[in-house]
Structures are given as structure tokens and as C-alpha cells.
Ligand binder design. Structure first.
Ligand SMILES: [Fe+2]
Ligand SMILES: [Fe+2]
Length: 411
């Protein structure tokens, strides 16, 4: 991509504008502003946090939090400023309105800095002709990524709106979504954010709405389980997060449910019995006969008592992963299936496991029928009594999710 950046330059003060939800602002934003400053010789970059974005991303925090984080991130740079323009204007924030407001305040054109992903959307923004005529667009693109798509978009915008567009290649590959995902799963974020922003997020508990510490729990559970059980647990975590992503479930909840699901599995049988009694957990005659089946109940209770997990959705998924249930939530289904599809799991025919993995990515409801059949078949092979709840769960799922055209003996 060779665009004549010099031709876009103007003699007077050059103002760059970087808009965005900044939810949160990260090092990629700073890198974009720096790259535009250096390449286009900007005198100033104005960061403008969106007040109310037209398309609301998940977990958007208040404008004041996002504004505060933007102030912190830009403070070390003398040529960066933050504007409350969109926040104070109220209503939905449209770039066309912002550029018009800037045009009234500044005589010169502004250099509007966007990422390559925003370039893909810009033609569908409100009044793209106004946006493109009121600024010189500065597109920051990652080297080598989708060059032809970007080239086509740039060509289209130029021919349709006669717009001036500069493309700057850069290395940074950070997105706010990635930052939020890392926070959700207690993964490190310090390499993605300015230190002041990480501290702010931690101090205000942003992007996490619960009180439990997954990373801390992971260490404790990892140390308490056998290698085999821990390998299985981590495998279930991976499968559960993958399914959560596929079906739009909360990844952190899927992670937590999988992490805790077997934490009581290796407790000695008599101790299991004693704990059920001590914690007042109701066990029926089948569980009394097969005390191992109580590990779902016990694992959930341990998650609640020792790790401060009080989310009923997570606790319920842990409880019912052993037997299934008639009306299972999305998370219940994800955990029960992930427990069977992880690769180190014994007792599941590899062909059935692969069929189940494929079905789970295609249709979770049909996969739950397969999963319950696998569980029941395995119990029968072990010459153990199938829990009546499992039989009812299978009957319910077959009636609800299997239509006439489907075979009922998919496993
Ligand atoms: Fe289990
Ligand atoms: Fe398990």
C-alpha cells in the first residue's frame, strides 16, 4: 500500500482526532495516535470518548469511567488531549456531528484516526459523505492483514466521496474486546494497558461483576487434585469456554463452572457422605448407593463456601453435571457436554466423543441428547444404576429437541 502521505499534509496546525468508546482505552490506541503523529506530523491528538455509541458493545462502562481512563492513559503525552465533547453533547454520539462541531471550533481540517476495522464500517455510519468530507481519514492498519479488502474500501471511499485517506501500517494488535476477555478470565492485562489504566480497572473492579478470584482458585484446585483429574479439569475449562464463545454464554461463568466441577471428585467416599450430612445436602437412595454421584453437589458447595462463588447459574451447572436435569440452562448444557468432550476423558468411546464435539458446535440441544445417552450407556456398562433424573432428562430432551426427521439413536 503506497499512499502519498505528503500530499495530504497541510502547512498549518495539524489536529488528529481519535474517537472511540475507549472501553477501556489500551496501548493499541496510544500506538495509533503516536503512529499518526509521527507519520503525518500532527501537532496534537484529541481523544474523544464516545458518550453513547450507536451500537452498544457488551459491558460498556459509564462515560465517566471511560473518560477518566482516557485521561490517565494520555496524561504522559504533552501533545495528547481529551475532549468531553461527545459525553457532554448527550444523546447518541455520531462522528458526523463531532466533526461538524470541530469544524466550528477549528478552521483547519482534522485528521480523523481510525483502525482498519472501523474502515470496514465507515460507509454504514450516519452520513458517511459528511464524515469523509470533513476530515482527512487516517487508517491505522496492521501490516499484512486484509490488505486487499482495505485497498478496495479506500478506493471505494475515494471514488464515491472524493475523500482524502492516508493508510498507516503499524504492528500493534490489541483490541478492547481482548482486554475485556483477559479481565473476565483473570488473565494478565499489564502488557495491554498503560499501568495507570490497569490500576484504575482493578481499583474500581471494572469488567468483572463477581467477587471470586478465578486465578487464586485455579492455583488451589490445581494443587489439590491428582494430575489426571487436573488435566481433565483444564480440558473441560477449554471445552466449556469454546462452547460459551460459540453460543454467546458468559465465558467467565463457563470457565468457573468447569474449574470447580470436579473439585470434590477425589474426596474419599466416607468423607463425601460426612460432608453431605454436615452441609445438609439432600441425597436420594441412588446417590446413597453410589456416593460418587454426590460430587456435583459437593463441588458446588465447596465453590460457594471456600471460593465465594454465589452465582446460582454456576452452582447449578456444577450440581447437575453428574446427572443432567430436565430443564437445563445454557451453562448446564455447556458444562455437561464439555465434561464428556475433553480429550483426556476416559470412559467415552473416542468416536462418540468426536461425534459429540461436532454436534456440540452445531446444535447444543441435539448434542445434549447425545451427551445424556453417552452418560447413561457408560453407567450401564459399569453395571451401575442409572439415576432416574438422568432418564427423565433424556426423555425430556428427546421430546423437546429431536424432531420426527431425526433418529433417536444418535449414539
Ligand atoms: Fe464430574
Ligand atoms: Fe468431570
Amino acid at each position: 500500500m503506497n499512499y502519498n502521505l505528503e500530499a495530504l499534509s497541510e502547512q498549518h496546525h495539524r489536529l488528529g482526532v481519535l474517537g472511540g468508546t475507549f472501553n477501556p482505552i489500551h496501548l493499541g490506541h496510544i500506538a495509533m495516535a503516536q503512529a499518526a503523529t509521527q507519520t503525518l506530523g500532527l501537532n496534537h491528538v484529541l481523544f474523544i470518548p464516545t458518550g453513547r455509541p450507536p451500537h452498544k458493545p457488551r459491558q460498556i462502562f459509564s462515560a465517566e469511567h471511560r473518560y477518566a481512563m482516557t485521561l490517565l492513559a494520555t496524561a504522559p503525552y504533552a501533545h495528547f488531549d481529551v475532549s468531553r465533547m461527545e459525553i457532554d453533547r448527550g444523546g447518541v454520539s455520531y462522528t458526523a456531528d463531532t466533526l461538524e462541531e470541530l469544524r466550528k471550533l477549528y478552521v483547519q481540517k482534522v485528521y480523523f484516526i481510525i483502525g482498519a476495522d472501523a474502515m470496514q464500517d465507515i460507509l454504514s455510519w450516519k452520513s458517511p459523505e459528511l464524515v469523509l468530507s470533513r476530515c482527512i481519514l487516517c487508517v491505522c492498519a496492521r501490516k499484512g492483514v486484509d490488505e486487499s479488502t482495505l485497498d478496495n474500501l479506500v478506493r471505494l471511499a475515494r471514488s464515491k466521496y472524493n475523500s482524502k485517506i492516508a493508510v498507516i501500517e503499524m504492528d500493534a494488535d490489541i483490541s478492547s474486546t481482548r482486554v475485556r476477555d483477559c479481565i473476565e478470565l483473570d488473565m494478565p492485562i499489564d502488557h495491554l494497558l498503560p499501568a495507570e489504566v490497569s490500576n484504575y480497572i482493578r481499583k474500581h473492579g471494572l469488567y468483572k461483576s463477581d467477587g471470586y478470584d478465578l486465578k487464586g482458585a485455579q492455583k488451589i484446585i490445581g494443587a489439590s487434585l491428582s494430575d489426571k483429574r487436573w488435566r481433565h479439569t483444564l480440558g473441560v475449562v477449554g471445552e466449556a469456554v469454546k462452547l460459551a464463545e460459540r453460543y454467546g454464554a458468559n465465558r467467565r461463568k463457563a470457565y468457573a463452572a468447569a474449574l470447580f466441577h470436579d473439585c470434590a471428585k477425589e474426596i474419599e467416599p466416607e468423607r463425601k457422605r460426612a460432608l453431605c450430612k454436615a452441609w445438609n445436602l439432600q441425597i436420594d437412595s441412588v446417590m446413597d448407593e453410589q456416593i460418587g454421584l454426590t460430587h456435583g453437589l459437593l463441588s458446588a458447595e465447596i465453590a460457594r463456601r471456600e471460593f465465594a462463588v454465589d452465582d446460582p447459574e454456576i452452582l447449578n451447572a456444577i450440581c447437575c453435571h453428574t446427572t443432567g436435569a430436565e430443564q437445563m440452562s445454557l451453562l448446564d448444557k455447556i458444562l455437561l457436554i464439555a465434561d464428556l468432550t475433553e480429550l483426556s476423558r476416559k470412559g467415552v468411546d473416542p468416536h462418540h466423543r468426536e461425534d459429540l464435539r461436532a454436534a456440540a458446535m452445531d446444535n447444543l440441544d441435539k448434542a445434549i441428547v447425545m451427551a445424556l445417552k453417552i452418560k447413561i450407556e457408560f453407567t450401564l456398562q459399569q453395571k451401575r444404576t442409572v439415576h432416574p433424573v438422568s432418564l427423565k432428562a433424556l426423555e425430556y430432551a428427546e421430546n423437546k429437541f429431536i424432531t420426527k426427521g431425526d433418529t433417536k439413536d444418535g449414539v
